[in-house]
Design a protein around this ligand. Structure first.
Ligand code: ATP
Length: 437
């Protein structure tokens, strides 16, 4: 039997992690002789969902086993969720979904919808009733949305990998310490991994902060690359276990859809083809705002202070520059704003500047003597009524290309520049060994 198990919404700001439930279950399933039809899926859902704890991730295990094991396997899963989920937290509403056999297109479509928009619980429940064999929604049952989305996340096309390592219980909540040099070395040697380090600040990006059991994670193009990276990184504490997940991280899946400005909705990520309406300006806190327009309306775009040098790029935009802006739509004082995650500059307008010509006699700078009075050399005093100002093209400091915020400010789903042009078209179903331990 092929069973897909989706799990979501088990952790709270105090601790836990849905991926750790997957890690625990994988260890138990291995002992039970269960086979894995795919790597475990770590699906990042809409990064703007208001109920998320951290990265809005859900997981799916696609497992194969003899029919008589079905009851034992389902029982193991339910017991593990009941054991690890933080039921005391108001915002923790776990969901488990079981689905047998192949994945219908409707479930794949639903999965994308959860990554790209906000969906209602009823929509998830309707699909579960139509296709799935069982589901358990705890408390307000919201976790069913993410659990079903993870099952539908077949990632047949573009996908990446992440190797997550977990901490022993006695270390959780304490500061994570990694040998910094080993992370730099890994980044240099394993060129297929990404977002390990922010080179603007020399910040290590592979270790999260907070009380969850993850020690560090290495993201990369292939399972082999993240495994090789894992062999290089030296943590200062023991690793309890590690798992390689297949994921939509780093694929831009959330901003795939293009919208007109009039179609934008709060909480939805979006991509908008527009022109700059107003020169960018800075507000308190160092955030940069600019206005864009298309044939359906106009909207403010914000680039926040943590985006660092990305703000300098944005400040060089000028009215009528043509751009494709991607980001999430937020409501600020009843108006919608785009929180910019990426900008593709399609066309930069020519900006002209008037300048005084050089003195034809001595080559020094000239100055204007007033309207209709010509120019005078500042050095030798030469005057000429016929001399006119030069018209010069201003050198634009930005180029026609795609710009992203620095890796430390990127979303899990944002596609790093290094992945452009190497997006995957299919999934090689032969699993790399080892993918867990
Ligand atoms: P965890 O590691 O436990 O998964 P998290 O940061 O990923 O933490 P959750 O605790 O899972 O966030 O909370 C997200 C909740 O929001 C889940 O109940 C999920 O089903 C729901 N959710 C996620 N995306 C959407 C969406 N697009 N529309 C509606 N509900 C969503």
């Amino acid at each position: 039997m092929l069973l897909h198990v989706g799990i979501d919404d088990t952790d709270s700001p105090k601790g836990g992690c849905t991926t750790y439930i997957a890690a625990t279950l994988i260890q138990k399933f291995v002992k039970m002789g269960v086979r894995f039809a795919d790597y475990p899926i770590l699906l990042r859902l809409n990064p703007n969902a208001p109920w998320k704890t951290r990265g809005n991730g859900a997981i799916c295990l696609r497992i194969e086993f003899d029919d008589e094991l079905e009851f034992k396997i389902k029982k193991t899963i339910i017991e593990e969720v009941e054991k690890q989920a933080d039921f005391n937290c108001d915002n923790t509403n776990p969901g488990i979904v079981f689905h047998k056999g192949s994945i219908p297109e409707e479930m794949e479509y639903f999965s994308k919808k959860v990554v790209q928009t906000i969906v209602k619980l009823e929509e998830a429940e309707e699909l579960i009733n139509k296709f799935c064999c069982n589901a358990i929604g705890f408390k307000n049952r919201r976790g069913l949305i993410g659990a079903l989305a993870a099952i539908g996340g077949t990632l047949k096309e573009d996908h990446t990998f992440e190797l997550l390592t977990y901490r022993l219980p006695q270390y959780r909540g304490k500061k994570r310490i990694l040998d910094k040099k080993s992370v730099f070395e890994m980044d240099k040697l394993e060129t297929e991994t990404f977002n390990n380090i922010d080179y603007d600040t020399n910040q290590i990006l592979i270790a999260p902060r907070g009380p969850d059991p993850v020690l560090y994670g290495i993201r990369g193009e292939t399972a082999e690359s993240v495994f090789n990276g894992f062999k290089i990184v030296k943590p200062i504490e023991p690793v309890e276990c590690w798992i390689i997940y297949r994921s939509n991280q780093g694929t831009d899946q959330h901003i795939e859809k293009k919208y007109k400005i009039s179609e934008l909705k709060e909480f939805n990520p979006a991509t908008i083809h527009a022109k700059i309406l107003k020169m960018p300006w800075i507000i308190l806190g160092g955030h940069v705002i600019f206005k864009i327009y298309d044939d359906t309306g106009e909207i403010d775009c914000s680039v926040y202070e943590p985006s660092g040098k990305f703000r300098e790029i944005i400040r060089e935009l000028r009215p009528e520059d043509e751009v494709i802006v991607s980001g999430s739509i937020k409501k600020i004082e009843e108006s919608l704003t785009v929180n910019v995650e990426k900008i593709e500059i399609l066309n930069l307008v020519d900006i002209m500047k008037l300048s005084n010509p050089k003195c034809p006699k001595c080559g020094s700078a000239t100055e204007s003597m007033g309207i209709g009075q010509g120019l005078r050399c500042k050095k030798c005093g030469y005057r000429d009524l016929t001399l006119t100002k030069n018209i010069e093209k201003v050198d634009r400091k930005i180029k026609v290309k795609t710009y992203l915020p620095p890796p430390r400010a990127e979303r899990h789903l944002t596609k790093p520049l290094k992945r452009y042009g190497i997006e995957k078209k299919l999934f090689n179903e032969l699993l790399f060994q080892p993918w867990h331990s």
